[in-house]
Design a protein around this ligand. Structure first.
Ligand code: ADP
Ligand code: MG
Length: 367
């Protein structure tokens, strides 16, 4: 079992910056979890604490049944892949791949250097290393450039080698810190697919960090959404998208982002327009923020009126912006709907794409 469990984990840096605050989290064995949030919210700190590269200020971390707070990184059975690849520049791809295994062999040989069988053990280990490196190079399609130095490779190739170097040790937990952020968009898509395959193949627990919500939604079985050192929500991509716990989570996922307007609730109905209100499943009364997903704005006909301010063609769909309800409202519209900038249009709202939050930037969802 290699589940990862954090209990009351905090990190305060010597500079007094509180990077992570009292986090409780359980990532089950074999899960692909994605830690996502804006830059500076504490994702890397969290990952580095799990890897053992950063001490924990408070709380405990378990990997499997073992508390690892004081276990050095090399003994945690975790592998970490970084954004900047961190390959050894003077070693060929092949040597980079072999490095973690050779290092481990040296440690075990040192322990057994007085044994008569040491030479035989060494020969056997070498063929086991060959076999493992061959297997991983094959899996990741690295064979064609095994003799080259990292600087002669493209970003995608380098990242693949970095992934391979983490893979050869067969760790129980993989930690990936923004491994795709130096790659161009197409390569990122390729590597997403590859990562999913690797995960299926290994069945290892993976924790992937990204600030890119689209990447998180595409990759994660479970998303852990962070803001300013605090976990705001843990859930499947569908749960995060359809039942955001608070206004921050709601605004962070979705392209284009959710629209927000300040309004009020009376008798369980939210005011959307003069004399028009929508019944919500909540008894909350008073000032609220109404969130409207862009795809919930149904342009063409309906009881509401807006003035079209911009249109962006996206092939089969359009992104439309209009002035309505006293705010700028983004709508995702079918390409066949005929609208023009400067014209008025009628629209309706799909109630499943409406969410009500308490006022404030992090207001919790109340309907
Ligand atoms: P993320 O990976 O989400 O961008 P980080 O975990 O790197 O966030 O950083 C979280 C906060 O901790 C930031 O305010 C950052 O400036 C601060 N921080 C990160 N590393 C250190 C460090 N070694 N010393 C002091 N502050 C740090
Ligand atoms: Mg980071």
């Amino acid at each position: 079992m290699s589940e990862v469990v954090l209990q009351g984990v905090s990190k305060t840096y010597p500079s007094e910056v509180v990077a992570v605050e009292a986090c409780d989290l359980r990532i089950p064995d074999g899960q692909f979890a994605v830690l996502v949030g804006p830059s500076g919210c504490g994702k890397s700190t969290m990952l580095r604490m799990i890897a053992g590269l950063e001490s924990v200020s408070q709380g405990t971390i378990h990997i499997g049944s073992r508390e690892v707070n004081h276990v050095p990184p090399k003994d945690r059975n975790v592998a970490m892949v970084f954004q900047d690849y961190a390959l050894y520049p003077h070693l060929t791809v092949d040597r980079n791949l072999r490095f973690p295994l050779e290092q481990r062999r040296q440690t075990s040989l040192l322990k057994s250097c007085f044994s008569l069988n040491a030479r035989r053990a060494r020969r056997m280990e070498t063929s086991a290393i060959d076999a493992r490196v061959n297997e991983v190079a094959e899996q990741l399609g690295i064979n064609a450039y095994r003799d080259r130095l990292p600087r002669t490779l493209s970003g995608g190739q380098r990242q693949r080698v970095a992934l391979g170097r983490a893979l050869v040790r067969d760790p129980a937990v993989f930690l990936l810190d923004e491994p795709m952020s130096n790659l161009d968009a197409n390569l990122r898509l390729d590597l997403r697919t590859e990562l999913k395959q690797v995960h299926r193949l290994l069945g290892a627990t993976m924790i992937h960090v990204t600030h890119d919500q689209e990447e998180a939604m595409a990759l994660g079985e479970v998303l852990i959404v962070m803001r300013e050192g605090v976990i705001r929500q843990v859930g499947t991509p569908a749960e995060i998208y359809n039942q955001p716990a608070d206004r921050f989570v709601a605004s962070f996922v979705g392209t284009p982002p959710m629209n927000f307007m300040e309004t009020s609730m009376v008798d369980g109905a939210v005011d959307v327009d003069q004399h028009k209100s929508i019944k919500m499943n909540s008894a909350y009364e008073g000032a609220v923020v109404l969130g409207i997903r862009p795809e919930a704005v149904r342009v063409g006909s309906g009881p509401y009126q807006g003035s079209v301010t911009a249109i962006e063609q996206l092939g089969d769909r359009m992104m439309m912006t209009m002035q309505a309800f006293g705010v700028k409202l983004a709508a995702r519209v079918d390409g066949s709907v005929s609208v023009r900038t400067g014209n008025n249009c009628s629209f309706d709202l799909d109630h499943s794409g409406l969410h009500v939050f308490q006022p404030g930037i992090c207001g919790v969802r109340i309907a």
